[in-house]
Write a protein that binds this ligand. Structure first.
Ligand SMILES: Cc1cc2nc3c(=O)[nH]c(=O)nc-3n(C[C@H](O)[C@H](O)[C@H](O)COP(=O)(O)O)c2cc1C
Length: 192
């Protein structure tokens, strides 16, 4: 019974956790503890998931893979915007302390495919909120590099079997940005 369970956060605490989580663009250099990340990944799996397909796959990236992706991305940026932009992007990416790739198993059935993608998004958000409760920020990215065949090769992921859901960076925030949402009335329809 949630209401008699002393471990349950209060509604105000739950609201605060959800409301204050922000996408973090700038991280402090120290990497968060691995055991916290692992606890978050274990919790991510408790996301709602139609037919319990457990479609999520998590790839925790080590130095070598991060560097390879940072270089690949810098090459793309250099091609599009020139040397200086590529160099600065490489430096910034190499300084990001935590990297995780989340994929969802594909399905030939388009309905199941979209449900599995949705469930994996819920799993990512579980993780984001849990990390945030430890003061660890995240950035969910799906930038151009994540659409590159080479990206999947570097991770040894077969893109016909798994689709990318998130390249998730994590670390202690150096800065917490502000964002806004539309008023609830603009997006809420109360049906009779
Ligand atoms: C599916 C998905 C893809 C995203 N891709 C990017 C991205 O490529 N680059 C980026 O800066 N933010 C990305 N974001 C983060 C959003 O920009 C961010 O959630 C939004 O600005 C609202 O800010 P908040 O998370 O602080 O509330 C993505 C978020 C989601 C859910």
């Amino acid at each position: 019974m949630p209401h008699s369970d002393p471990l349950f956060p209060t509604p105000a605490q739950t609201a605060h956790l959800i409301r204050t989580r922000r996408t973090i663009h700038l991280f402090k250099p120290e990497p968060p503890p691995l055991d916290v990340l692992k606890k978050g990944l274990a919790l991510a799996r408790w996301a709602p998931n139609h037919r319990l397909t457990e479609p999520w796959r998590f790839y925790l990236l080590g130095e070598e893979t991060r560097a390879a992706i940072a270089h690949l991305n810098a090459d793309l940026v250099t091609e599009a915007r020139g040397e200086a932009a590529g160099r600065s992007k490489r430096e910034r990416w190499l300084s990001i302390p935590g990297w995780l790739v989340v994929t969802a198993q594909r399905s030939d059935d388009p309905y199941r495919d979209s449900e599995d993608y949705a469930a994996t998004c819920c799993a990512v958000h579980n993780l984001q909120l849990y990390l945030w409760s430890h003061g660890i920020g995240t950035k969910w990215t799906t930038g151009p590099v994540t659409q590159e065949p080479r990206f999947f090769e570097l991770l040894a992921i077969d893109s016909e079997v798994e689709r990318l859901v998130s390249l998730l960076w994590y670390g202690y925030p150096a800065e917490v940005p502000q964002t806004e949402r539309k008023p609830l009335e603009e997006v809420l329809v109360v049906c009779p």
